[in-house]
Design a protein around this ligand. Structure first.
Ligand SMILES: C[S@@+](CC[C@H](N)C(=O)[O-])C[C@H]1O[C@@H](n2cnc3c(N)ncnc32)[C@H](O)[C@@H]1O
Length: 410
């Protein structure tokens, strides 16, 4: 028993050290919570090494589609979002997406005995599991509720903090209404197509404004706020697929199947990225600019090896499509930077009858971003009265039924 405890605390400390090194853990409160809460008790049956790896642990899959529908999220994302939340002892917190109960236990550890956490999940088996895990870890200030989290939890409102650990396409009005004055909301918002960010929102005189955001992709909400994805198989073999969302119109399996066998049109942008530099802002720009926001194209290595596709990353590229055409991003090695650092040039590959036009359209949007917007910062808001969109100057208004989202390159 003593040996197991030693090895658990060794693994847990190793994980926190790694998360500190990656700048995901920054505060003493989050550091101490992750060092204290026994993650392995929230993923029973999983080997200790895996319970303390910096990886998500998938715990439930949809019976029909086999898609993951619950998980203990990757510790790096968990830590990053807890830092975004800026919890204080004594606070009342609502979490949407209880899953295993682990994140709620971390929140409980930070808000302490004087604080209270309510966490919601939509499936009875997950709620039962989370309750068992929390009891096994002797967590006493977390309550697990079975409900559709899109409605929040009015009986215990208002909350000082509200965090969604499930992806939303829209911030439900209930979440905004259930926050206490001066409260903070952290929500992984799918902005357009494949682009999602965990955004900190606080109320100001004009509506809800961001106080920072980080890239984060979560499994989508089910139920009222359903944001299910659909898969478009481009090869008929599952080797190359597009992950389409409800705002990805016009692209249907029947028209796009086999499109990679049509003539390939390749075009280069002259836009360079250093090794390890994130593409997140370019992706966001393309998601906002393109008629059909970029989607994730997943590629099996064999399809790349036989030259059918040349994705930007080993198994993934961002792509857009029309009813009869496809364009996706690629890269090639460019001359090194002045400091000797490796560089890559971004290109676009088009297929289908309008493939060349679509690839050129994407190329031109990438060039515009590099010339006008690459060095500008981006702000997000849910204003009470949205301003007019001005895409040519980097102001986008993303349509949502209740409150549009503004994305502004400043
Ligand atoms: C990534 S997991 C959350 C991880 C969790 N916080 C943890 O620490 O284990 C996402 C969870 O959101 C839940 N979910 C999906 N739609 C929901 C909804 N409408 N209301 C509440 N929970 C929902 C899923 O069942 C899943 O358990």
């Amino acid at each position: 028993m003593g040996e197991i405890n030693d090895s658990v605390s060794h693994l847990r400390n190793k994980l926190v050290d790694l998360l500190r090194g990656r700048n995901a853990v920054r505060s003493p409160a989050v550091d101490s919570a992750i060092r204290t809460v026994p993650r392995h008790l929230f993923v029973p049956g999983v080997p200790l090494e895996d319970a303390y790896a910096n990886e998500a642990v998938y715990t439930k899959h949809d019976e029909t589609s086999a898609a993951s529908i619950s998980a203990a999220s990757q510790p790096e994302i968990v830590a990053m979002m807890l830092e975004q939340l800026q919890l204080r002892p004594g606070q009342r917190v609502l979490e949407l997406g209880a899953g295993t109960g682990y994140n709620a236990a971390l929140i409980g550890a930070i808000v302490g005995e004087g604080g209270h956490v309510i966490t919601i999940d939509i499936d009875q088996d997950l709620v039962d599991g989370a309750r068992e895990h929390l009891a096994a870890a002797s967590v006493r200030n977390v309550e697990v509720v079975l409900a559709d989290g899109a409605l929040g939890h009015p009986p215990a409102a208002p909350y000082d903090r509200l965090i969604a650990t499930v992806g939303a396409f829209e911030t439900p009005t209930s979440w905004l209404e259930q926050l206490a004055p001066g409260g903070r909301l952290v929500v992984p918002l799918r902005l357009a197509g494949a682009v999602s960010r965990s955004i900190i929102l606080e109320r100001d005189a004009n509506g809800w404004a961001d106080r920072g955001s980080e890239m984060a992709v979560f499994m989508p909400l089910r139920g009222i706020g359903d944001d299910a994805r659909r898969t478009i198989d481009l090869t008929g073999t599952g080797e190359v697929t597009l992950q389409a969302h409800k705002d990805n119109h016009e692209c249907e399996q029947a028209a796009l199947a086999g499109i990679l066998n049509s003539t390939r049109h390749e075009t280069w942008t002259g836009v360079l990225f250093g090794s390890g530099v994130s593409f997140e802002w370019l992706d966001l720009w393309l998601a906002c600019r393109l008629d059909n926001p970029i989607m994730r194209m997943n590629v099996e290595p064999a399809a790349k090896e036989r030259g059918l596709v040349s994705p930007m990353f080993p198994t993934v590229a961002m792509a857009t499509a029309t009813s009869n055409s496809l364009a996706y991003l690629t890269i090639r090695t460019a001359p090194s930077a002045a400091d000797g650092g490796k560089q890559f040039e971004v290109g676009v590959i088009g297929h289908g009858s309008a493939g060349p036009d679509l690839a050129e359209r994407v190329r031109s949007d990438i060039v515009t971003w590099a010339q006008d917007s690459r060095t500008r910062s981006v702000r997000f808001a849910l204003p009470d009265t949205p301003p007019a969109a001005d895409p040519d100057h980097g102001r986008f208004v993303l349509h949502r039924p209740h409150r549009p989202i503004t994305v502004t390159w400043e």
